[in-house]
Design a protein around this ligand. Structure first.
Ligand code: FAD
Length: 323
């Protein structure tokens, strides 16, 4: 049941920071994740601070000197269909289009997408698990077919966002404004693994608001793509996926970013796979080596061994698709 809360619609980022910093306040964007969490009593809120009156947080624009700025309140639909995004950052347009359903993409925002809470059924269910301040990760001895194979322990969630791995693959940065002022950090540094802090998935502290995503101009010869495998075609979270950006010169990979989704508690950049690609052509042997390198350190739980083969296959397909 949805418990009582007050609703505060703010008109500026500074107002949002002040209101969201109060105890019990939570930031509301599209509400597609937050309201479900409140309804299912995953956590509580006494005030929802709606960002929807802040016009400056909406829309996609060119940055002086090249690249794009995407306001945190831009919907996933707008990211997926924006011409500048699909022309120059296909990996991001494809990831946004692969997230959720058309209705959810029309309502859900990119800021909310990277800040959404994990979908682990113990976290979302009536279990006082580690991530809720308890002392047990119920997935370890429980139903763990959808949990992580990389970067887990002591909690084995997977990060649910499709856009986050694409943003990491693009070396995007995220701007945040909070009680101590604004800061801009790489999206890759935004996420927190369970070993560092089991209670949160990102570096935000109370009162901090994600304001925008910044993309640099694409590198010469760069191409990228996002591929995701899910249980059903209609809409579902990734069982495994790969966001890949490679820059090619003279038929060889000059630079590569390989970021996995659906298999780790944060978008999982595979430096091993990238190393296997750089300096080589994207042929079947190189691609197979890179995919094997990406799962070298994978450790399956009793029910999710299948994810090792799955992510390896997804990555091979993704890389061959770029060749
Ligand atoms: C049935 C279903 C299927 C889905 N499938 C997928 C999928 O396949 N792939 C995928 O990626 N996602 C999926 N989602 C998640 C969906 O994409 C997200 O719920 C959505 O992007 C969240 O955006 P929102 O604006 O609605 O966020 P909200 O629900 O408003 O907020 C989500 C969280 O982020 C915080 N937050 C929001 N905006 C900010 C901000 N600017 N600064 C700081 N904190 C903020 C909120 O406090 C809250 O904790 C699915 C959701 C549902 C319900």
């Amino acid at each position: 049941m949805l418990s009582k809360f007050s609703y505060k619609r703010v008109a500026s980022v500074n107002e949002a920071v002040a209101a969201a910093g109060r105890p019990g306040a939570r930031i509301l964007a599209g509400g597609t994740d937050l309201l479900g969490c409140l309804r299912d009593e995953v956590f509580t809120a006494n005030t929802l601070v709606s960002l929807n009156g802040i016009k400056a947080l909406k829309g996609i624009s060119a940055r002086p000197g090249g690249g794009l700025r995407i306001g945190a309140l831009t919907t996933l639909s707008d990211v997926a269909t924006n011409r500048q995004v699909s022309d120059s950052y296909a990996v991001l347009a494809q990831a946004a289009a692969a997230a959720a359903s058309p209705q959810l993409r029309n309502q859900g925002t990119i800021g909310g997408n990277i800040c959404q809470r994990p979908r682990c059924w113990y976290f979302r269910g009536d279990f006082h698990c580690l991530r809720k301040g308890g002392d047990t990760c119920f997935a370890v001895l429980g139903e763990n077919e959808f949990h992580c194979i990389l970067g887990g322990a002591p909690c084995f969630i997977v990060h649910p966002s499709d856009t986050a791995p694409a943003l990491v693959a693009l070396d995007a940065r995220v701007s945040i404004t909070g009680p101590k002022g604004p800061r801009t950090i790489p999206v890759a540094s935004f996420f927190v693994l369970p070993a560092a802090n089991v209670l949160k998935e990102n570096v935000l502290v109370p009162g901090e608001v994600v304001t925008e995503i910044l993309l640099d101009p694409p590198q010469a010869g760069a191409r990228g793509t996002y591929r995701k495998v899910r249980d059903r075609g209609a809409f579902d979270f990734a069982l495994a996926g790969a966001a890949v950006v490679v820059a090619l010169a003279d038929g060889k990979v000059r630079a590569a970013r390989v970021v996995l989704s659906g298999v780790a508690p944060a978008p999982w950049r595979s430096a091993e796979a990238e190393k296997a690609l750089v300096g080589r052509s994207l042929d079947a042997a190189t691609v197979a080596q890179a995919a094997a390198a990406a799962v070298k350190d994978a450790a399956a739980l009793p029910q999710n061994e299948y994810k090792i083969a799955l992510v390896r296959g997804v990555l091979e397909e993704t890389l061959l698709g770029l060749a």
